[in-house]
Design a binder for this molecule. Structure first.
Ligand code: SF4
Ligand code: SF4
Length: 223
């Protein structure tokens, strides 16, 4: 009986003088994180992959977040992503939508007074999230990035039709029906090939990708 009363009191908890939405015992979760739950190695792993440790020089001025054109859609602003990466909030950073919403416009990098490579950091976190298979499930951007990389590996180049087909099947199959009209228009105008073609010298491309992945290349952009 006492438990039931406690539960009812929680259910009708008042927030700001008004009844909140129904809150039950099992919905109550701790919001703060203890230090022992953080990953102290995370920042070092990211720095190693990024090839630069200048994110430790961040002064949290917020210029990157202010200049970012999509920060208002992000769950954590670029400034917060840097702070959380340094502090070891691995789970939150790796599963955030922010890294997938980054449009690679470089505004943050250009404006940063400490010359921190924020865009490169976003790429690095994306790569890491794909490698560790942690990203928002059914969110189209990571699926698109992964399928693009797979198509390029298989054929040496991208194939738009196959890429979209795979992406919709893995995110929202119903979208295929709504896009079918546009697809058939593109096909009859000769803008959409049915079958993918493999390029000549595909092995050379694979060698380049292999070199980049193993840190022998200069780029960080392979996804
Ligand atoms: S602009 Fe540079 S120094 Fe300022 S918060 Fe962003 S990363 Fe840090
Ligand atoms: S590169 Fe990404 S994080 Fe930086 S300003 Fe552009 S969208 Fe925002």
């Amino acid at each position: 009986m006492r438990d039931w009363l406690v539960q009812q009191r929680i259910k009708f908890k008042m927030v700001g003088g008004r009844k909140s939405h129904l809150v039950t015992n099992w919905e109550i979760q701790r919001k703060m994180k203890y230090e022992e739950e953080l990953d102290p190695q995370f920042a070092q792993d990211v720095v190693k992959k990024l090839g630069s440790d200048n994110l430790f020089g961040c002064i949290q001025c917020g210029t990157c977040s202010a200049t970012c054109p999509v920060s208002h859609h992000m769950d954590y602003s670029p400034r917060r992503i840097i702070a959380m990466t340094r502090a070891g909030f691995k789970d939150e950073v790796m599963r955030s939508f922010t890294i997938w919403l980054c449009a690679s416009c470089y505004s943050c990098t250009v404006g940063c007074p400490k010359e921190i490579k924020i865009t490169e950091l976003m790429y690095t976190l994306k790569q890491k999230a794909i490698e560790e298979k942690v990203y928002p499930s059914r969110f189209p951007i990571p699926v698109l990035a992964r399928e693009f990389a797979r198509t390029v590996r298989n054929f040496g180049r991208n194939h738009e039709g196959l890429l979209l087909l795979r992406m919709f099947l893995k995110t929202n199959p119903f979208k295929l029906f709504t896009m079918s009209g546009l697809g058939s228009k593109l096909f009859f105008k000769g803008r959409l090939e049915i079958m993918p073609h493999t390029i000549k010298g595909k092995q050379q491309l694979l060698n380049i990708l292999h070199a980049v992945e193993n840190g022998n290349g200069n780029g960080n952009h392979g996804q």
